[in-house]
Design a protein around this ligand. Structure first.
Ligand code: SF4
Ligand code: SF4
Length: 205
């Protein structure tokens, strides 16, 4: 796990905390609910749910989630595989998240089981400073992050038209081909649209 991922998971658990998780219902339609992220470590992110809930059944069957969260204009999204780890880490979760003791007092916590998101990719996106939007990628476990975003090809003639329409001014025009700074790109596509060489390519997730 790289340092960026660690930093972003810390923000997810300790700052944002509440997320929206999507699974599929019995008719294979997306279904979301708000779930708190309780812990993180080198092995992934941890959350819990009660065994009686439909969410629990969906996690056990589908073993895959998509998650989104936002606080103070900083968002994190993740998608990937989950595994049930039973009551491992349950006490640690209650210790680090004391409000859980109010919801499930005494031994009623035995209704809960813990899940770990252990193989996932995602993204951090920060628009708290609108003139300096920042993004970063997150990789948990052995997941492969696919290259995505806008990239300038070899046919670039250095005309700088792309830079003139870029809302974040994140295209380095000091070289040819020019270079898009992926950490600040909005993926808006304006540069690709105006490029006379049509050499800016969009790579999808
Ligand atoms: S608009 Fe196209 S050709 Fe012109 S600098 Fe940008 S990428 Fe290069
Ligand atoms: S996609 Fe938008 S934000 Fe990104 S480099 Fe192109 S114009 Fe700028």
């Amino acid at each position: 796990m790289d340092q960026n991922t660690k930093d972003f998971l810390k923000i997810l658990v300790e700052d944002i905390h509440s997320t929206t998780i999507a699974t599929l219902d019995e008719e294979k339609r997306p279904l979301t609910r708000v779930i708190d992220m309780m812990l993180w470590d080198e092995k992934g992110v941890y959350f819990l749910t009660a065994k009686g809930k439909a969410f629990y059944q969906q996690l056990m069957e589908q073993k895959y989630i998509s998650l989104s969260s936002i606080k103070d204009k900083r968002s994190i999204s993740l998608r990937g595989q989950v595994e049930n780890i039973g009551n491992e880490k349950l006490d640690e979760i209650f210790e680090k998240n004391p409000y859980m003791q109010g919801i499930y007092p005494g031994d009623t916590r035995s209704a809960l089981e813990v899940f770990r998101l252990f193989k996932a990719t995602g993204e951090f996106f920060d628009i708290s400073d609108p003139r300096n939007v920042t993004r970063g990628s997150i990789v948990i476990g052995e997941a492969q992050q696919k290259k995505h975003g806008y990239y300038v090809g070899d046919a670039c003639i250095g005309c700088q038209m792309c830079a003139s329409v870029c809302p974040q001014k994140c295209i380095d025009i000091s070289t040819t081909p020019v270079v898009i700074d992926q950490n600040h790109c909005l993926h808006c596509g304006r540069c690709a649209e105006i490029c006379p060489q049509q050499t800016i390519q969009k790579l999808d997730k």
